[in-house]
Design a protein around this ligand. Structure first.
Ligand code: AMP
Ligand code: ZN
Length: 114
């Protein structure tokens, strides 16, 4: 998708610090990390948000969560704990309109979030 930063990363037009890739999923370090571990996991297919999930694309969630689990192990936060966040829409602060899953860990995380 043109004008989508994350599609630009997938297509190699925009650089990233890649941490995981398979045929369906790409994961890379967040450029503005909020925790010692802050990785974004995205589908290679452009999907705007949770609101755009339907029967044609919802099967992407299994590979996404498989990747999240593996990356948590690779970054050694599997046992200490971590959080997975998907912001959807304006009130949640979604700034990139390509669905993404924040993997956050490496420190104690506040709950509830602000
Ligand atoms: P959200 O606010 O949930 O839409 O999250 C978007 C995230 O993408 C933010 O945490 C940004 O820091 C991150 N981000 C934006 N552009 C890039 C980029 N080029 N490389 C890595 N992370 C990015
Ligand atoms: Zn996109």
């Amino acid at each position: 998708m043109e004008n989508c930063i994350f599609c630009g990363i997938i297509e190699g037009r925009i650089p990233c610090e890649k941490v995981y890739e398979d045929e369906n999923v790409l994961a890379f370090k967040d450029i503005n990390p909020e925790a010692p571990v802050h990785v974004l996991v995205i589908p290679k297919k452009h999907i705007e948000s949770i609101n755009a999930l339907d029967e044609s694309n919802i099967s992407i969630l299994a590979p996404i969560y498989r990747a999240l689990k593996k990356i948590a192990v690779d970054f050694n936060i599997s046992e200490s704990g971590y959080r997975v966040v998907t912001n959807c829409g304006e009130d949640a602060g979604q700034t990139v309109q390509h669905i993404h899953f924040h993997l956050l860990g490496g420190r104690s995380l506040n709950w509830p979030p602000g």
